[in-house]
Each structure stands twice: as C-alpha cells, then as structure tokens.
Write a protein that binds this ligand. Structure first.
Ligand SMILES: Cc1cc2nc3c(=O)[nH]c(=O)nc-3n(C[C@H](O)[C@H](O)[C@H](O)COP(=O)(O)OP(=O)(O)OC[C@H]3O[C@@H](n4cnc5c(N)ncnc54)[C@H](O)[C@@H]3O)c2cc1C
Length: 449
C-alpha cells in the first residue's frame, strides 16, 4: 500500500519538500497542514514591504524543488525584471516564486488550512495528528516544517506593559499601536530589527526610533560585488577541526581574515558547508561558550545586510531619527507620560525613558523547553521528542530525525529548518532548507513500496 506522509507547516520549508516530492516517482501520498492562508510564504516571504530585501543575491538564492541553480533569477527575468540577478530583491518576490514553483509541481498534496495541535504514536509505526478544527489524520511519516516557535516576552516586561497593547512581542504580526507613535523602541539590532526599523520609519514618518542590543552592533555589510572563495578554506577548516574550542576558533577566524588579500566574508562563507560538522564536534560546555562569546560576532558577520538597506539605516541615523545603543533591557512597565516606561542595564545614556511603542525584534524563538506552541509543547511534555538542552529547537540526529527523550531516533518522525539548530547550527537559510528537502524526499520516496 502507498505510504502516507504528513508535512506540518506551510512555510518555504514545507513548500520545498512538497515540490521535491512531486519529482519522485515513488513519493508517498501527501497531507500538507499549512496553518497559514498563503502556503509557501511563511514568515520571511509573506512581507509586502518592498524595503524587506533578500539577504542573498537573486542569482544565488536557492531554487525550489530541485530546479537548476539560477531558477529564481530566471523566474524574475520571465516576469520582466531584467538585470537583477546580482541584486538583492524584495523578499515578496521570492514568495511569489515559491508559490509559482508549487503551482508547477505535478504531484499535489491534500492541503489542510488548519493547525496541528497534537501527535500520537499508533501501533505499527504510524502517527495520528490532531488538527485544531477537530479532525485527525493518520500518517506513516511526519515532517515538522513549522519554522520558529511563537515569540515570548523578554524577562522584565510586566504583565501590565503586555496588556497595554504598546509592547509587540512578535515583530512580524503585532505592529499596530492604537495611534501613530512619536517614539518607538526596537529591541534588537540584527536582521529582524533592521526590517522592523525600516517598516517603522516608513509607517510612522514622525516617530523617533531607538534600537538597543547587548553590543549595539548592526549587521556587517555585503560586499559591493561577488568575491572569490577563500583560498585557505581547507587549511582553516583543518585547523579548527583539530581543536573543538570556541575561543580557539575565534582566533583562527581572526587570523585567517587578516591574511594578506583575504576577504573576511569569504573566510566566514567558506565554513558554511562544514558548519554542522564543526558544531557537532563541540561538547555542551563549548557550545555554551560559542553561544555566549562567538554567536554575536558570528551573527553580524554571517548574516549580512545588503548595502542599500544599510544606506537607509545610515540615513535614519544621520538625520537624527534613529539612535542605536548598546544596552540590555531591564524592565518595561506602563509609563506616566507615554504608554511604556523602559529601564535599561549597561546603558551609557538614558538608562530610563518613556516610549509610545516597543517592538521586540531579538530574533527567532527556538526554545522548545518553554514554548507555548501547542504541538511542540505536547511532543515535549509527552516525552515523544526531546527539547534541545541549550534551547536550540528539538533534539534530532544530523539527518533531521527527531530523537525520543532516551536519545533514540524515530525512523519516521523528521524535522526540517531552524528547529534543527541544536543538531546542525547552520540550518535556517533556503540553501540548507533546500538541501534538507532533497534528502528528505529521497528518504521518504525510498521507503514507499
Ligand atoms: C525575516 C526573515 C528573512 C529571511 N531572509 C532570508 C533570505 O533572504 N535568504 C534565505 O536564504 N533565508 C532567509 N531567511 C531564512 C529562511 O529562508 C526562512 O526562515 C524560511 O522561509 C523558513 O521557512 P520555514 O518554512 O522553515 O518557516 P516559516 O516561514 O516560519 O513557516 C512555517 C509555517 O508553519 C506554520 N506552522 C507552525 N506550526 C504549525 C502547526 N502546528 N500547524 C500548521 N502550521 C504550523 C507557521 O504558521 C508558518 O506559516 C529569512 C528568515 C526570516 C525570518
């Protein structure tokens, strides 16, 4: 009998797998639980703000469903966007492309516009998946492609501040204050925060903006053009692999970036394919040290911002509308003259001030130990799947099979995307998600009699 597979999650990761499976002759019958109204776009590609750009040049953006590299740039050319292959184009265009690729895919899944809320193991290695509309599906294989977990308020944000409607914990959905704010605080200075600042600047043209993060550093810039790979990548990798020590790695990276003619971006990009292997060589103590000391530097160097985006941020700073500071959030409560009173820690200036609206843009939440996501909560509480001990998603093997709490791998319960961060570290971008979809499609196709 043909096997049945359920994919949970209607973002680009789910779409990539659907499109890959469409190419497989022995593919299982598919149920796709999409949750969202426009399957395929997910969080990243649902934005309609044209200032939200891809952080990869169009030509290098991954193709969906195993199409030839450059398929996205080709799609853009067909739509009349000539000469954009080397550009950073709006993310919405990639969402269009994913939906186009889905429409082209031959094998169509049964799409369920619902949320999966629970999963239970049945006899004979099958699963029952409960939906929030009261239905249940049965599957031989299940793939979690649910992206990140729901955002949680940072410690120190009072219940009254949350209830005021002036504190947005989800930068992607909650940007609707009751009236146009005159001052907005953005918590975070990485890529999500950049998106939020651009939207806020446009939506509320009179608002003053303040952005804070522990280091107050904005992401580094993409190079003006394409650069050659780093010549010393193999030697650097061998050196790093010889000692599983985060501090030593930082030294290796700094030294490599200082070599004559070395382009630091090429140094860091040269590690990409080997990152999961390097990450897996770290023990728990070293992983903690990596997260504490190397991650902030890694994030700004690895996740770079297009120059035109940076120019917009610079213009906001130069005009005096935006202030970026190094500080940590200590407390947010309701204010006297404005909606919120904010107290900062380690701030050089203005440790306390009031703001009309605060937006939490500190990155994606991955902590399955503390999440309110109903399905993940149930999986972890019932002991079906372990939570990553460092809060980096779900416990999984390096090929994306989820692990039970005793450490054994489910043969037929898989995950893809950012919830595999604890297993792979480098797993959030379309390049990795596309590769995972290809490997999963191979595995799911080959189990079909
Ligand atoms: C703002 C942003 C910009 C990015 N830019 C780039 C870029 O330029 N280039 C690049 O390569 N990568 C980029 N990425 C990284 C990566 O490409 C995206 O995160 C990718 O789209 C992830 O897709 P996903 O399907 O894993 O997750 P998501 O986009 O989060 O989609 C998951 C979907 O599953 C749904 N879901 C969750 N739980 C359930 C449930 N129980 N039942 C049903 N549905 C559920 C969610 O509602 C959501 O719609 C970006 C990421 C973000 C957040």
């Amino acid at each position: 009998m043909q096997r049945r597979c359920t994919i949970i999650g209607g973002g680009a990761a789910g779409a990539a797998l659907v499109a890959q499976l469409a190419r497989k002759p022995g593919a299982p019958a598919l149920d796709w639980i999409v949750g969202a109204p426009a399957p395929g776009r997910g969080i990243a590609y649902a934005t309609d703000d044209a200032s939200h750009l891809l952080n990869v040049r169009a030509a290098a953006m991954s193709s969906i469903g195993g199409a030839a590299p450059g398929d996205f740039a080709e799609y853009l050319r067909h739509r009349g966007f000539d000469h954009v292959a080397a550009n950073f184009v709006p993310r919405a265009l990639y969402g269009d492309y994913v939906q186009h690729a889905l429409a082209q895919a031959g094998h169509t899944p049964v799409v369920h516009a619902a949320q999966a809320t629970a999963l239970h193991a049945l006899p004979e290695n099958r699963f029952e998946i409960t939906l929030d509309d009261g239905r249940a599906l049965v599957a031989d294989d299940v793939v979690l492609a649910i992206g990140a977990l729901p955002a949680r308020a940072l410690p120190g944000v009072s219940p009254a501040a949350l209830a005021s409607g002036a504190y947005a914990i989800d930068a992607w959905h909650d940007l609707a204050p009751s009236q146009a704010p005159e001052h907005v605080l953005v918590i975070g200075t990485a890529l999500s925060a950049i998106d939020v600042l651009l939207t806020a600047a446009q939506r509320w043209p009179r608002a003053q903006l303040t952005a804070i993060s522990r280091h107050g550093r904005l992401p580094r810039l993409h190079a003006p053009g394409v650069f050659a790979p780093f010549d010393g990548a193999d030697a650097l990798l061998a050196r790093m692999a010889s000692r599983a020590d985060a501090a030593y790695w930082l030294r290796c990276l700094r030294e490599a970036a200082q070599e004559p003619d070395a382009e630091w971006r090429a140094v860091i990009d040269g590690l990409r394919a080997a990152t999961p292997r390097l990450w897996q060589s770290l023990d728990a103590r070293q992983r903690r040290r990596f997260l504490r000391h190397l991650k902030p530097l890694w994030d700004i160097a690895r996740h770079r911002v297009p120059r035109e985006t940076a120019a917009k941020i610079d213009a906001l700073r130069d005009s005096g509308r935006l202030r970026v500071s190094a500080a940590r959030l200590a407390e947010v409560d309701v204010g006297d003259t404005r909606a919120l009173r904010v107290r900062l820690r380690d701030a050089r200036a203005m440790p306390t001030f009031e703001t009309d609206f605060a937006i939490q843009a500190t990155g994606l939440d991955l902590d399955a130990r503390a999440t309110s996501h109903p399905l993940v909560r149930q999986l972890v509480d019932d002991g079906l799947v372990g939570a990553d001990p460092l809060g980096l998603g779900l416990s999984a093997s390096s090929d994306g099979r989820l692990l039970r709490t005793d450490g054994s791998a489910w043969p037929n319960l898989h995950a893809t995307g950012i919830l595999l961060s604890g297993a792979l570290w480098e797993t959030s971008a379309m390049r990795e998600i596309g590769a995972q979809a290809a490997a999963l499609a191979e595995r799911l196709g080959s189990t079909n009699p």
